[in-house]
Design a protein around this ligand. Structure first.
Ligand SMILES: CC(C)CCNC(=O)Cn1cc(-c2ccc3c(-c4nc5ccccc5[nH]4)n[nH]c3c2)cn1
Length: 262
């Protein structure tokens, strides 16, 4: 493959994701997201091994709710990643523009199910910490979750998050305390995500990072009255300070609130 095989369109996410363009493969007309990484930037930041490891991992992940890395190629100056195009773009924007900035039970439980399915698949492949938060979720044209790992993108701090260096709202207690962490961090983040879908903001959001950290470590959570009991039950089983106590992803997928509402 080479750049001449593609007809480039506009930048996606208005430059938020680094240099990602919508593009069409000339012969088939297939629409993709074409991400370009400058080799000089990668070398200057000593990220060669990391990028190659990410490409290695991502190219082996094949799941309907994980954004697929279709192929990649490079020229003298850039590495080009041919990624699946998600027709409805950033989930985050849909969340913010929904009435009261939150999703209804049906939509929330469907997305939580799909994210749990994607994470369960990743964990079985010994891949953890996909940096789960609304900014890393895209929606396909059929309104299905596409989990992307935008760790590589140069996120300009988006105005939507108060803290300029990206949100701390999704950090689990073990990461706030700088302890080693395992796959259970994703279970915690799924709990935060479920709360944010239903309420419109993450549970521990505070005026300062320090206050947020304190609330995370105390699991100091309040549920607005409109949050259904079934969802509270699920979230409270994910947001456990002791990581081993958190409900498993397969149990999330079989939880009554998910089954009855998705
Ligand atoms: C090193 C490597 C293997 C990591 C691979 N993963 C990434 O590069 C993560 N990444 C995915 C993207 C990305 C960004 C946006 C989109 C979109 C998309 N569709 C849209 C529709 C409307 C508005 C914006 C849209 N963005 N589809 N697929 C995308 C993929 C950017 N970075």
């Amino acid at each position: 493959w080479s750049l001449s095989d593609f007809e480039l369109g506009t930048r996606l996410g208005r430059g938020k994701f680094g240099r990602v363009f919508i593009a069409r493969e000339r012969k088939t007309g297939y629409v993709v997201a074409l991400k370009t990484l400058l080799k000089k930037e990668i070398v200057d930041n000593h990220m060669e091994r990391q990028v190659l490891r990410e490409i290695e991992i991502q190219s082996h992940l094949k799941h309907t709710n994980i954004l697929e890395l279709l192929t990649w190629f490079h020229d003298d100056f850039r590495i080009y990643l041919v990624l699946e195009y998600a027709g409805k773009g950033e989930l985050y924007r849909h969340l913010r523009k929904s009435p009261k900035g939150r999703f209804n039970e049906h939509r929330s439980s469907k997305y939580v199910y799909q994210v749990a399915s994607a994470l369960d698949y990743c964990h079985r492949k010994k891949v953890i910490h996909r940096d789960l938060k609304p900014e890393n979720l895209l929606l396909s044209i059929t309104d299905d979750i596409k989990l992307g790992d935008f760790g590589w993108s140069v996120h300009t701090p988006s105005s939507s998050r108060k803290t300029m260096c990206g949100t701390v709202d999704y950090l689990p207690p073990e990461m706030v305390q700088g302890k080693i962490y395992g796959t259970h961090v994703d279970n915690w983040c799924l709990g935060i995500l479920c709360y944010e879908f239903l309420v419109g903001k993450p549970p521990f959001e505070s005026r300062s990072n320090e206050e947020t950290y304190a609330r995370i470590e105390n699991v100091d959570i309040n549920y607005p009255c409109h949050v259904p009991a079934g969802a509270i039950d699920l979230i409270s089983k994910l947001l456990r300070k002791t990581s081993e106590e958190r409900i498993t992803l397969s149990d999330v997928m079989e939880h009554p609130w998910i089954i009855h509402n998705k």
